[in-house]
Write a protein that binds this ligand. Structure first.
Ligand SMILES: Cc1cc2nc3c(=O)[nH]c(=O)nc-3n(C[C@H](O)[C@H](O)[C@H](O)COP(=O)(O)OP(=O)(O)OC[C@H]3O[C@@H](n4cnc5c(N)ncnc54)[C@H](O)[C@@H]3O)c2cc1C
Length: 435
């Protein structure tokens, strides 16, 4: 056994002390899996640890960390299929694909997620209502079987279901083959505007569904009454060639997010400034300021590099340190469309009643997923960030447990990758996956 290491969920609230193994080759993965099997030792797979909760931690047990298994990356320009090892990240992916005229059909809000983590959570993006989830675009995966043997599973093989959103329960994925999207330029045409209420935001998502490839709304969770759920919405489409020259924006330099503001102030300072506001009144002020700044700007139209639009938060180095010492939890609830307004309204009102208001709320539109472990109904999701403090933890757990009931009663789901306070029932469901 190697020395124990601190292994954390992204929210810092969940952690374990584990012996961590970092294979660099597929053969090393195979050998590890065979060894764990012969020793009868359970293990947990880990990608980049970008899941907020405990899914990539293993108290007292072994962890196979795939972050160094990231060498082989290739793209067949004819078929548009990209092959990547499990530890390659979305960042590795776009840096290879954009100069060749391709973009991933589905990306999450951060580029640090690995391919293994993307399949195992079946991640979604801001275009879920149009393109579905990450695993809908898989051509094949290669997994290490229980004895370490390699198994290639093409997309029409029913065994693929066992790995999709299975959170590593079926063992390691070592490589994926992903169908990519061709792009004409490296830019989005973006529009931004504010809306005064949740009902108007949901209505805007419905009317924008056909027009826009991407839609996302930041929700200010503080106001009540007529202003409840007011938002700043961003919608985007790929900029076609003709508007600008074909291939413009394919240079990596056009996509990389600058490390400074106005070429002077290091972005690292932003996390420190953010930390000064990371308390209830401070975040109330930040949310209010953001809404009114958006309202004053009015309806804006601009062109933005693909990476800047999708991975905004990644440009602030280690922003989560604003939540130290106890960390934060994220909770993302998914509700069917017909229950969207009443359940999400109640979800925000509950925060007010319990005195724990989310510092950041993000609303997305979704479609139903075809996989067995699907968590996305045809409807909406609201992702919520809460700091964990000594004084709020009891109310926070009560809020999440009440959300569990509210969402279950409405026929919705909670996203496991962002479930930091998983209920007993959900732990049992997950254990059942492992058998
Ligand atoms: C800032 C931020 C924004 C985010 N935005 C979104 C978003 O918009 N949409 C979305 O869907 N998610 C989002 N997420 C969540 C994130 O996409 C998922 O949690 C994802 O699974 C993390 O991938 P990872 O590589 O870090 O995997 P980890 O978090 O390390 O692991 C996730 C799961 O995958 C399993 N796993 C990892 N690698 C392997 C492997 N090789 N073989 C088998 N199992 C494996 C682990 O056991 C674990 O159960 C966001 C996270 C952050 C921090």
């Amino acid at each position: 056994m190697t020395a124990l290491e601190l292994v954390q969920g992204f929210g810092l609230y969940n952690f374990s002390l584990s012996d961590v193994h970092r294979p660099r080759t597929v053969e090393e993965v195979q050998a590890l899996v065979a060894r764990f099997k012969s020793e009868g030792r359970p293990y947990v797979c880990r990608g980049a640890g970008r899941s907020y909760g405990p899914v990539a931690t293993h108290p007292g047990g072994a962890v196979i960390d795939f972050s160094l298994l990231n060498n082989a990356v290739s793209l067949d320009a004819e078929s548009g299929v990209m092959k990547l090892q499990a530890g390659a990240t979305i960042g590795d992916l776009w840096r290879y694909a954009v100069p060749r005229g391709f973009w991933p059909p589905v990306v999450p809000g951060t580029m640090f997620v690995t391919m293994g983590g993307a399949v195992s959570a079946n991640i979604h993006g801001k275009n879920h209502y149009k393109r579905g989830s990450f695993c809908e675009h898989l051509e094949a995966i290669t997994a290490a079987g229980p004895g370490g043997e390699l198994i290639r599973i093409p997309k029409d093989d029913p065994r693929l279901e066992e790995f999709v959103a299975a959170y590593g329960a079926r063992g390691p994925i070592v490589e994926i083959e992903l169908g990519m999207k061709r792009i004409e330029t490296g830019y989005f045409d973006v529009e931004g505007f504010t809306l005064p209420s949740l009902s108007e935001t949901l209505a805007a998502f419905e009317s924008g569904k056909e027009t826009w490839e991407y839609q996302v709304a930041w929700i200010d969770c503080y106001p009540s009454g007529a202003d409840l759920g007011r938002s700043a919405v961003h919608v985007a489409n790929h900029t076609p060639a003709g508007e600008i020259p074909a291939g413009k924006g394919f240079d990596l330099a056009d996509q990389e997010v600058p490390g400074t503001i106005a070429g002077i102030v290091p972005k690292g300072l932003l996390a420190q400034v953010l930390a000064l506001f990371t308390f209830d009144l401070g975040m109330h002020a930040v949310n209010t300021g953001k809404f009114w700044a958006g309202k004053l700007l009015g309806h804006t139209r601009y062109r933005q590099p693909l990476v800047h639009f999708n991975f905004l938060l990644d440009s602030i180095p280690d922003w989560r340190r604003a939540y130290r010492p106890l960390g934060f939890i994220q909770y993302q609830i998914f509700v069917p469309k017909e229950r969207g307004l009443d359940v999400l309204t109640e979800a925000i009102k509950l925060q007010h009643r319990l005195g724990v208001v989310s510092y950041l709320g993000v609303l997305k539109r979704h479609r139903a997923d075809r996989f067995r472990n699907a968590y996305t109904p045809e409807g909406y999701s609201l992702a919520l960030d809460f700091p964990v403090t000594r004084s709020n933890s009891a109310a926070l757990i009560q809020l999440c447990r009440t959300y569990d009931r509210l969402v279950a009663e409405a026929g919705g789901k909670v996203y496991r990758a962002k479930d930091c306070v998983g209920s007993f029932e959900r732990s049992q469901e997950f254990l059942a996956l492992r058998t």
